[in-house]
Design a protein around this ligand. Sequence first.
Ligand code: ATP
Length: 319
Amino acid sequence: VKKIGVLTSGGDAPGMNAAIRGVVRTALTEGLEVYGINDGYLGLYENRITQLHRYSVSDIITRGGTFLGSARFPAFKEKATREVAIENLRKNNIDALVVIGGDGSYMGAVRLTEEGFPCIGLPGTIDNDIRGTDYTIGYFTALQTAVEAIDRLRDTCSSHHRISIIEIMGRGCGDLTLNAAVAGGCEFMILPEVAYTKEDLIEEIKLGFSKGKRHAIVAVAEHMLDVNQLAKEIEIAVHHETRATVLGHVQRGGSPVPYDRILGSRMGAYAVELLIQGQGGRSVGVQNGKLVHHDIMDALNNMKRPFDMDLYNTAKRLF
Ligand code: ATP
């Protein structure tokens, strides 16, 4: 391996810049050339590829988002599109690629590897929903953001004896909502991993007020239900003003917290080591604090994302 490429794909996440920097600086230290691809697989298809130098990644470790840009490009599922992409990589004499993104981006990396172009996947998403890693790059920054938002809502809810429903991201994974709820001291949670009924939720909120609580905060994982509708139903049932807040893309931005910068840096460096060893089709993870790598397809198909039921049970006892 002499020349490697790096791209970010799918939803952006704070810490992606640290990962790109990790790739670039490690590769240069190892005597490789590095090329940055703009806007993920779209830029690969459109041959928007430029050489990166040490200074290309100066001053980006503190910045959220991804300076390379990211994109959703469904056409990459077509073989013909990927053939153009591989041709562009070959034209630039690039031998291997680091893909930073989520599950979907990993599938693109698998296909490219199967079609003769070795790729390493790094888990870049705030959702913490990738198999084969305890944490994804961006998760802890989003957690910080969600908790800060809950803290602010708590101040105003408490002053007005109000009920607040807060919708938190996670795309089918409840980690962000559960952990934000515990750290933010939320009274109730609705998570994809745990069955719930609205009736039970309403009864619990009523019980809280009967015990003298001044407010209630309900953390809801995205895609579970319509939080504005839930707010209306709760207000009618509990006779307390109820408001819904959808945190949305605010959770994806911001300067990465130290853990995400460190994780991105470590994983970026590790991806380069794996490519130098001639590995492809691998996804990098961190498990029990150690960097690991798995066959991407095996991780996607056979590994489970364990849900922290202990933390959930602890949380239920804190309300
Ligand atoms: P996030 O978790 O933030 O949504 P993601 O990587 O899962 O990130 P997707 O939009 O699912 O986001 O995927 C990103 C891109 O990866 C797609 O737009 C497409 O270009 C490529 N991709 C997704 N699935 C495949 C596939 N089956 N084969 C080839 N490429 C794919």
